[in-house]
Design a protein around this ligand. Structure first.
Ligand SMILES: [Zn+2]
Length: 189
């Protein structure tokens, strides 16, 4: 099987997940509409075997993601994110997932993997931008805060939100009061 020269060059002829140079092949990261370099990852025999047959996954092999998840290549980030999600019950993969930073559009691609169950839906703001703990947001409308008996004005900035069990809501402090806010009334700053 011939591998695209550009892919070999990008990957320095090594598996982009574990660094092995054994029996390399191009793996097209699904979902694929058009095959392109951007959607391919160079992988070794061991990696591709475990990706295609998740029941054979050996968690220890994937400690390699500790390094490769920091790749600047979105297709590699997507594979790292998906594999860590599959393995997250092991504990350490979940820790890595929490450190893994990927752009919103890459995360959407990563989540478009129907073989992963129980992936939580991201909480999003009024524009569909993914909200994460620590984000700053502004209110997009006046909100009456029940319990504290005041109205928070549109444009009020809430620093350092936290996520809740509800995919549609976050929590934040307004005037020193902890309030639950719907993502659809917020805009990420
Ligand atoms: Zn590999």
């Amino acid at each position: 099987m011939s591998i695209d020269e550009a892919l070999l060059k990008r990957a320095d002829s090594k598996c982009e997940l574990c660094g092995s140079s054994d029996k390399l092949s191009a793996y097209d990261v699904p979902p694929i509409t058009i095959v392109s370099l951007d959607k391919s990852v160079l992988v070794c025999d061991t990696c591709v075997g475990q990706i295609e047959q998740p029941e054979t996954m050996d968690a220890n092999h994937w400690r390699c993601l500790n390094d490769s998840m920091w790749s600047a290549i979105p297709a590699v980030q997507v594979m790292a994110w998906r594999i860590l999600n599959r393995l997250k019950d092991e504990g350490w993969p979940n820790d890595l997932l929490e450190m893994l930073y990927i752009e919103d559009d890459v995360k959407k691609w990563a989540m478009a993997d129907t073989s992963i169950r129980d992936v939580e839906q991201p909480t999003t703001d009024i524009n569909g931008a993914i909200l994460v703990a620590g984000d700053a947001v502004t209110l997009t409308k006046d909100l009456y805060i029940k319990g504290a008996n005041f109205t928070a004005k549109r444009g009020t900035m809430i620093k350092s939100i936290s996520l809740t069990d509800n995919d549609y809501q976050v929590e934040g402090n307004i005037n020193g009061t902890r309030v639950v806010l719907a993502g659809r009334y917020l805009k990420k700053v």
